[in-house]
Design a protein around this ligand. Structure first.
Ligand SMILES: Cc1ncc(COP(=O)(O)O)c(C=O)c1O
Length: 413
């Protein structure tokens, strides 16, 4: 196979979701009747925008001049030498404005709403706070009123991001129900949306939720993989060839699907998603939807059908992760589909392994990663030594760790 050539297509990865929003048995639109018109309006706007050269040019302009795209790839020389196996490259989403990949989607949706939908208000939910900051940023840039819902547990562990959102002119509403984390914040955001649907767009933060969100968020995040593909094939700043493996952490699944998607037809590239193993799978205190057959089963959560962590009665299980952004009971439906096809694989890192990844990147590369991204690095610590020196791993470094310093400080005491 020549470098950069695509394998003959085995599966048409571009044919999903179908018109009803399904990725095989996953996905769909499980929402109250009152939200159906809003989803249809959103789908129409998104389909129009996808083929509107003016919209795409404006988005590309903002990505270049405001977000700072393209983000570079960095060769992690010392980490590669330290592990003594594969050569490791990092796709630097931590260098995007606001410090994570979340801005790609937030800006895309906010622009869509402003240019195509005539709505005046955004509601959003956030776990790590990174999506909330990205949404608040896009809202400030485009002059849109914004309310962000956040579980009070997450508000406490991501305090700097709460402050940031408020500085940006967004109202942050604490959610004190349930486990007081992301899933409860999503419930409240949806409740607000149902009530104010005529004026309000729900800016969902990951490749989740009812159709068309999983496809739309994937498309806005695919800029990561499109750039990475070119950058890897470039022999001046990159290795001049495709990676053998791509590794990305998986919360809802948006940074992973964003980097995976443009590589799907290159079947020789292994795609690995890393979930949050928390305190270990046996402990039940994790957010590894694929790794725990006891808790992770087919179910519907927040409008879409996918793998959901649930108890025997189908009640949503409480999750745990050191990283707020991976601490979620469900996973994007496209990941479930790709996994069934064998096109992508999923593994997990425990809190402890993620902390080892975090420290390694700090000490060996001078990069402080987000705890979410540290899960991807944690897996690379195991994977790279098993690979040959002429093999290549590309890691999606989804965000920077400033927001996590409080958590890390407690952890390392
Ligand atoms: C830096 C970072 N990486 C990853 C994630 C996980 O989300 P996703 O799986 O949608 O990329 C988050 C979520 O907040 C995040 O802030």
């Amino acid at each position: 196979m020549t470098q950069g050539a695509k394998d003959p297509q085995r599966v048409n990865y571009r044919a999903v979701p179908d018109e009803s929003g399904h990725f095989g048995p996953y996905g769909g639109k499980f929402v109250p009747e009152t939200l159906m018109p809003a989803l249809e309006e959103l789908e129409e706007a998104y389909l129009q925008a996808r083929s509107d050269p003016d919209f795409l040019a404006e988005l590309a302009y903002l990505q270049r001049t405001y977000v700072g795209r393209p983000t570079p790839i960095t060769y992690a020389r010392r980490l590669s030498e330290h592990l003594g196996g594969a050569q490791i490259y990092l796709k630097r989403e931590d260098l995007a404005h606001t410090g994570a990949h979340k801005i790609n989607n937030a800006l895309g949706q906010a622009l869509l709403m402003k240019r195509k939908m005539g709505k005046t208000r955004i509601v959003a939910e956030t776990g790590a706070g990174q999506h909330g900051v990205a949404t608040a940023t896009a809202a400030a840039l485009l002059g849109i009123e914004c309310v962000v819902y956040m579980g009070t547990v997450d508000m406490a562990r991501q305090e700097p991001n709460v402050f940031r959102m408020r500085l940006l002119g967004t109202e942050v509403r604490g959610v004190d129900s349930g486990s007081r984390t992301l899933k409860d914040a999503i419930n409240e955001a949806i409740r607000d949306w149902v009530t104010n649907v005529r004026t309000t767009h729900y800016l969902l933060g990951s490749a989740l939720g009812p159709h068309p969100y999983p496809a739309m968020v994937r498309d806005f995040q695919s800029v990561i993989g499109q750039e990475a593909l070119q950058q890897m094939l470039d022999s001046q700043d990159g290795p001049g060839r495709l990676p053998d493996v791509i590794v990305a952490c998986v919360g809802g699944g948006s940074n992973a699907i964003g980097i995976f998607h443009p590589f799907l037809e290159y079947e020789q590239v292994r795609l690995i998603g890393v979930e949050a193993g928390g305190l270990g799978i046996e402990s039940g205190q994790h957010a590894a939807r694929f790794a725990d057959p006891k808790l992770g089963r087919l179910g519907v959560l927040q409008g879409t059908k996918s793998y959901v962590l649930q108890d025997e009665d189908g009640q949503i299980a409480l999750t745990h992760s050191i990283s707020a952004g991976l601490d979620y009971a469900s996973v994007g439906p496209e990941h479930a589909w790709l996994r069934d096809l064998g096109r992508s694989e999923y593994t997990y890192c425990t809190d402890e392994q993620a902390m080892a990844g975090f420290k390694a990147l700090c000490e060996l590369e001078g990069i402080i990663p987000a705890l979410e991204s540290a899960h991807a690095i944690g897996h690379v610590l195991k994977l790279a030594p098993q690979m040959d020196k002429d093999q290549i791993i590309l890691v999606n470094l989804s965000g920077r760790g400033d927001k996590d310093l409080g958590t890390v400080m407690k952890e390392l005491k």
